[in-house]
Write a protein that binds this ligand. Structure first.
Ligand SMILES: C[S@@+](CC[C@H](N)C(=O)[O-])C[C@H]1O[C@@H](n2cnc3c(N)ncnc32)[C@H](O)[C@@H]1O
Length: 415
């Protein structure tokens, strides 16, 4: 059977998505379309399917872990652990299709690998058309709607825009991904090289300055995704106790070795879901360059449980962000600052070069990409009301975000 799932509320284009789903039902034999507006409804829809699925289609918006549900004010999405546990009854020749913006950048290859089925997605942004082969503006009296991808930024880059206006800009077909051999997706293979680059956390000046300015002193600190432990080592004399957790056992070995002389530090392997510890035990929870990898809803529950009232959440992470000409002065200033601080740290630069040129680094990055800016900027305020988000530095296509939140004294006392 052919299962077509679609959403209408997250971002724009909801009515067109419903029309595209209904049109697909008319075109495909033995098919059903199910409207889903939340992760729970998505899971229920999959659980309700009793027959083997020949084709699974999703029409909607996509984040790093695929379908986005809910609204931009309160986004809802699958996480890596959800996909790990969810069984989808594919037929032996089954396949999956994600008709969403940029679903092929990371999610379609991930899905192909996870479910061992050919998976299709768009590399670029999507729009709607009455033809699957070229773009044409939707007419009010027609209900034959297709989700299509047309070249150009947001399908509107200058060339794309002109071709669309002149008429008949050809569409780009969905890209196909096959399941590949299993590879080590963790940081285990790069732990030693990573440690050589960041043996002293203070080399990351923007992050260290921001933390030094904003972090509560003398408290107990949980560092999620602690890596080689360099941050807690740099903080050791400023805090009462520090616990670092990480899913990479090689990283934990490196961190434990480095921290062996510090009685107030402890590093533990983490299962990625539940953090061992009593409720309200930490003054500060930190996530440095690891937020992108975490299972967001489960870790939010854990952070809220573990933080003392008034305790702090500090997140720094790099996100993919679109280029904006008005940011050129900021980009140039940040580049110059990094260039001059790099001159004084030649061993750091050499170690960084060794890390990024190592094939294990490329493999790891392929399995663990950065999140998009909008995912972080929509998600964090929805779960941590009042969170402050600022830009630490910018490159043409990425942005380092620093986020600070204080847990209210009572759950009703939310700013
Ligand atoms: C870029 S490193 C950052 C390490 C350290 N926080 C730092 O700033 O140098 C990302 C770390 O996140 C860890 N990680 C990946 N997935 C994780 C997860 N689900 N839970 C906890 N840590 C995770 C990796 O093993 C790695 O050590």
């Amino acid at each position: 059977m052919v299962v077509i799932l679609y959403t209408t509320k997250y971002k724009t284009g909801g009515a067109e998505m419903e029309m595209a789903a209904n049109h697909m039902v008319r075109q495909k034999k033995d098919s059903i379309a199910i409207r889903i507006e939340s992760k729970a409804e998505f899971l229920d829809a999959i659980a309700s399917i009793q027959e083997p699925i020949d084709e699974l289609h999703f029409i909607g918006h996509s984040g790093l872990y695929g379908p986005m549900f809910g609204t931009t004010k309160f986004p809802d999405q699958m996480s890596r652990s959800d996909w790990r546990t969810l069984q989808i009854p594919f037929a032996p020749n089954g396949s999956a299709y994600f008709h969403c913006c940029r679903g092929a950048r990371w999610f379609a290859p991930y899905f192909a690998q996870r479910y061992r089925v050919p998976t299709f997605g768009h590399m670029s942004y999507t729009t709607f058309s009455h033809s699957p082969d070229f773009y044409c503006k939707l007419l009010p009296d027609r209900d034959d709607v297709f989700v299509v991808s047309v070249p150009g930024y947001k399908s509107r880059g200058l060339v794309g825009y002109l071709r669309k206006r002149i008429g008949r800009a050809p569409t780009v077909p969905l890209s196909r991904f096959e399941p590949g051999p299993d590879e080590d997706a963790s940081y285990d293979g790069v732990a030693e090289l990573y440690d050589q680059v960041f043996e002293d956390f203070r080399v990351r000046r923007d992050e260290w300055e921001w933390l030094s300015k904003n972090m509560i002193r003398d408290g107990s600190v949980l560092d999620i995704g602690c890596g080689n432990g360099a941050l807690l080592l740099a903080l050791a004399t400023l805090i009462k106790q520090g616990i670092g957790i990480d899913v990479s056992h090689r990283m934990i070995q490196v961190a434990s070795h480095r921290g062996r002389g510090e009685a107030n530090l402890n590093f533990r392997l983490y299962d990625g879901l539940s953090v061992p510890g009593e409720d309200e035990t930490f003054d500060v929870v930190i996530s440095m360059l690891s937020w992108r990898y975490l299972d967001w809803d489960p870790i939010v529950r854990e952070i809220t449980r573990l933080l003392k009232p008034g305790g702090q959440l500090l997140i720094v992470d790099m996100v993919v962000a679109p280029f904006k000409p008005k940011l050129i002065p900021r980009i140039l200033a940040d580049k110059a600052r990094h260039f001059f601080s790099g001159i004084g740290a030649p061993s750091f630069r050499k170690a960084l070069k060794r890390l990024v040129q190592d094939p294990a680094w490329a493999t790891m990055l392929q399995h663990n990409p950065m999140r998009a800016e909008h995912e972080m900027r929509n998600y964090l305020p929805s779960r941590f009301p009042g969170i402050e988000i600022q830009t630490l530095n910018r490159t043409p296509r990425s942005e380092m975000l620093a986020c600070r939140w204080a847990k209210p004294d009572s759950l009703n006392d939310r700013t």
